[in-house]
Design a protein around this ligand. Structure first.
Ligand code: AMP
Length: 595
């Protein structure tokens, strides 16, 4: 197998296309907006704002000015009544002219609750396009063998739920994996996933993970790269592998499938592939794993998939805390950060696969949606308690007017019926590809920890936890996962941080971590409040091993998919707080501010 002219052909074509639309990014955006409005101006929501305007005849620039001056900025909650009416089966065009047949469930793990978002064929098409675009840049950097395999830790639900009005509901990933575009991507990029459809959509993440690992090993020489949507799933899969590798090796040796996999369709699909005993492969895997076990599984991915060129997944934002573990499992294999998008719309593509995940930027694809950017200015002292978070906003600007170094919140107008809808993500302009901006993902905008005048975002919490957990390195323990909660049930309120730790650490060391975290919040409001005790000492709760798995399972039981799962970094969700409190085994209180 070798990289052929055909392969080079599709890569060059799509890169050429992207260069061309990036060159004309401002104009492409204006035209994209015109297309969205011409398609949908008669839908009830748009008609409310644009009634009387001659949309079809209007010049695109005039239309852009009209649109941004009369249609208000909204959040998802403002559009929810319309989405609910669609879900209830109303047939009139409400948000889009074309009837909405599918609704996607956002993961809800960052917002705390799941949102329903319209999904159309346009959504699947843009998914295919961004995947091909990303694949083209990656195969330029790391040429892949045509016909090779991808070990993908991907998960989708078994079938779809239906709303009262009969609309199919599933996660965006479930819609995509069930679509023709998913098959098309494999055929066009000539890279095939190791697992058949029945494994991806088994609906039971444990059984799917087992099969993904088994099939990955079955195809071990052919695997070109290892991937998942979010890095969490790869880390989760290999921590499972540490426990079950002997069983998998045994299955390979005997050409059978463990009774762990009980879903018949998944069993049949796997046994169709792995039906012959393969003693040679089993012996090789066994000796590699015995060696790996002695080295705490360092480089397991590299060792088991000797032809893999890289590990590919979203590693930014809420995934940064898993990077250390991912690097550990990947060994010397490069980590390539995945693209940037949301259930609402794809946004940007990683054009530089050599860039380390900490530095990755995403070039906005100007044909996907109409993007606006709300300039955000950080308040120096953060003590304005009336402000909803730490930023002061300016008026939104179009993509063509963004400035390098400035932070913005993204606003989306999509082909799927969202109009000037705030996404809630903060990005920074890192530079340009031709004339389209390259974004740094900064954080979710929403404040996550606040008791009174203090304001801390997900990013602030991540930095603090990162500092605190470095102390664990003095022992043989490591941080597996974390979340937090602002406890205001007693006065003074205080922050509670929950840690799951692997390995042993002495109490004295964990006390040190607790103090370090309390002292590391630099937000002025927090520091002042701690000094005068209007915020109480930070509490660090250590939870039992496996607690964060239970949290993930709780999300999955409520309709989320493992492919989209992101541990909530702060929670007020009573079900999660109950799990956390039930499995807390030790509590520590900071003495950082004791005079
Ligand atoms: P969902 O709720 O599943 O639609 O998740 C979408 C959210 O995931 C986005 O709004 C971002 O906050 C986050 N996200 C998606 N892609 C990335 C990325 N490449 N880097 C950081 N965060 C991301």
């Amino acid at each position: 197998m070798s990289s052929t002219g055909n392969n080079i052909g599709w890569c060059a074509n799509i890169i050429y296309w992207f260069d061309e639309v990036s060159e004309r990014a401002g104009g492409v955006q204006t035209e994209t907006l015109r297309q969205i409005l011409v398609q949908n101006f008669e839908a009830e929501y748009l008609n409310k704002w644009l009634e009387g305007a001659n949309i079809q005849e209007m010049d695109a620039n005039a239309l852009e000015s009209l649109y941004t001056s009369v249609v208000p900025l909204v959040s998802h909650a403002d559009l929810e009544p319309y989405i609910q009416r669609i879900a209830d089966g109303e047939k009139e065009p409400l948000l889009t002219q074309e009837p909405i047949k599918f609704l996607s469930l956002s993961s809800g793990t960052s917002e705390g609750r799941q949102k329903l978002v319209p999904f159309t064929q346009h959504s699947s098409k843009t998914t295919l396009q961004i995947f091909k675009l990303g694949a083209a840049y990656r195969s330029r950097a790391y040429p892949a063998r045509e016909g090779g395999r991808i070990l993908e830790f991907i998960y989708s639900s078994k079938g779809f739920m239906r709303t009262r009005g009969g609309i199919r509901v599933g996660t965006a990933t479930a819609h995509y994996y069930a679509s023709d575009e998913f098959k098309l991507k494999q055929e066009e990029t000539k890279s095939f996933t190791c697992s058949p459809e029945a494994v991806i959509s088994s609906g039971d993440y444990k059984q799917s993970t087992y099969c993904h690992l088994l099939l990955g090993i079955h195809f071990s020489d052919q695997v070109e790269f290892v991937t998942s949507t979010f890095a969490y799933s790869i880390v989760q899969a290999f921590s499972t592998f540490e426990e079950i590798w002997k069983e998998i090796t045994n299955d390979i040796k005997e050409g059978k499938l463990s009774s762990r996999v009980s879903i018949q369709s998944a069993r049949d699909a796997v046994l169709d592939i792995v039906f012959r005993p393969n003693r040679n492969l089993a012996t090789r895997i066994q000796s590699i794993c015995e060696e790996l076990e002695k080295n705490d599984w360092f480089g397991v991915i590299q060792k088991l998939w000797p032809n893999a060129k890289y590990v590919y997944s979203i590693m930014t934002g809420a995934m940064l805390p898993y990077l250390t573990k991912l690097r550990h499992y990947a060994g010397d294999l490069p980590l390539v950060s995945g693209d940037y998008g949301s259930t609402e719309s794809w946004i940007g593509v990683n054009l530089d696969p050599f860039s380390p995940p900490e530095k990755v930027t995403f070039a906005v694809v100007p044909t996907f949606s109409y993007f606006e950017f709300i300039p955000l200015h950080r308040q120096i002292l953060g003590s304005n308690s009336a402000a909803s978070d730490d930023f002061i906003e300016d008026n939104p600007v179009p993509l063509s007017q963004v400035k390098i170094g400035q932070e913005y919140e993204i606003v989306l107008t999509t082909f799927t019926g969202l109009y000037r809808c705030r996404l809630g993500d903060v990005v920074e302009i890192a530079g340009f590809h031709k004339n389209t901006p390259k974004l740094n993902f900064i954080c979710r905008r929403k404040l996550i920890l606040t008791v009174n005048i203090d304001k801390n975002t997900e990013k602030d919490l991540q930095l603090v936890v990162d500092k605190g957990s470095r102390i664990l390195k003095k022992s043989r323990a490591e941080l597996v996962d974390f979340t937090s909660h602002a406890n205001v049930s007693n006065q003074p309120g205080h922050y509670v941080i929950y840690w799951e730790i692997k390995g042993d650490a002495e109490d004295r060391l964990i006390e040190e971590c607790c103090d370090e975290m309390d002292a590391s919040f630099v937000d002025h409001g927090y520091v002042v409040s701690r000094k005068c005790n209007t915020i109480g000492p930070l509490e660090l709760c250590i939870v039992e091993r496996g607690t964060f798995n239970k949290i993930m399972e709780n999300f999955i039981a409520n309709g989320a998919s493992l492919s989209q799962f992101k541990t909530p970094r702060c929670t007020n969700n009573p079900a999660l707080l109950t799990i956390l409190s039930l499995y807390t085994v030790k509590r520590f209180h900071s003495t950082a501010y004791v005079p």
